[in-house]
Design a protein around this ligand. Structure first.
Ligand code: BG6
Ligand code: MG
Length: 214
C-alpha cells in the first residue's frame, strides 16, 4: 500500500536515543543478582514492552517464581539502576540522524509525535532538550495498554488529528511494529531486518532516511 505520510510517530528508546543499551544493562544486572544469565537475544523480547511485562519475561527466562511484592521490588531496583545510567545523559546519546530527520519532516509540514512505552520519557526528553521537536507526546504515563496493543500510537494519531492510515511509525522493537500494524499505520523498522521482519521497510537508523530524503 502506498500512503501519504501526514504524521510520523517515533518510538523513543532505540530509535531517537541510545537508551536500549541501558535497559539491557540494568536487566542483566538484575538477572545476575538472581543467579542467571540474560543475553542480548533475550533482550530483544523486552524491547518496546512495559517495565512490569519485561520483568515477567525476565523471570520466565530465569525460571523464577516470585510474589507480587518481590516483583514490585525487583522492578523498582531495575529502574533505580536504569535512572542512574540515564540521569547524566546529554545530547551526545541521540542516535545519528534523529534530530535532523525530525527537523526535516517538520520543515515539510509533517506532524511529529512520540509514542513510547517508557515512564521515564519525560526525564529523557528533558536531558536531551528535544521535547519541542514533537507536536504530541504519548508515553508510558499516559496509556494503560502496552505494545503490541496499538493504544499508544492510536492516541498519538488522535491527539495530532491525523487518521491512522496517514501515519507512519518508526520502531526498533518487534512489539512496536506489531502495535503499529494493528493501528493500521505504515511501519519503518529501525535495526535488523531479521528481527523486524514484519515492518514495511527496515533501515539501520534514521541517518539513512536523512541521506535518502535530501
Ligand atoms: C520501552 C523500552 O521504550 O520502554 C522497554 O523499549 C522498556 O525496554 C519500556 O521496558 C518501559 O520503560 P520504563 O522507562 O518505563 O521502564
Ligand atoms: Mg524502542
Amino acid at each position: 500500500m502506498i500512503r501519504e505520510m501526514r504524521a510520523a510517530i517515533f518510538d523513543l528508546d532505540g530509535v531517537i536515543v541510545d537508551t536500549a543499551k541501558y535497559h539491557y544493562l540494568a536487566w542483566k544486572r538484575l538477572a545476575k543478582e538472581h543467579g542467571f544469565d540474560f543475553t542480548e537475544l533475550d533482550n530483544e523480547r523486552l524491547k518496546g514492552v512495559s517495565r512490569m511485562q519485561s520483568l515477567e519475561i525476565l523471570l520466565e527466562i530465569g525460571g523464577l517464581t516470585v510474589d507480587e511484592a518481590a516483583r514490585a521490588e525487583m522492578a523498582a531496583q531495575k529502574n533505580g539502576w536504569y535512572i542512574d545510567y540515564i540521569r547524566n545523559m546529554d545530547a551526545s546519546e541521540l542516535l545519528p540522524g534523529a534530530t535532523e530527520y525530525l527537523q526535516r519532516l517538520r520543515a515539510r509540514g509533517i506532524k511529529t509525535a512520540l509514542g513510547s512505552a517508557s515512564k521515564n520519557a519525560p526525564l529523557i526528553l528533558d536531558r536531551l532538550g528535544i521535547a519541542a521537536l514533537f507536536d504530541v507526546i504519548v508515553d508510558g504515563n499516559k496509556v494503560s495498554k502496552v505494545k503490541p496493543d496499538p493504544e499508544v500510537f492510536l492516541r498519538g494519531a488522535e491527539e495530532l488529528g491525523i487518521p491512522p492510515a496517514s501515519c507512519v511509525v518508526f520502531e526498533d522493537a518487534e512489539a512496536g511494529i506489531e502495535a503499529a500494524r494493528r493501528a493500521g499505520m505504515g511501519t519503518v523498522g529501525i535495526g535488523s531486518p531479521e528481527i523486524l521482519r514484519k515492518a514495511d521497510i527496515v533501515v539501520p537508523g534514521l541517518f539513512e532516511l536523512v541521506l535518502v530524503s535530501a
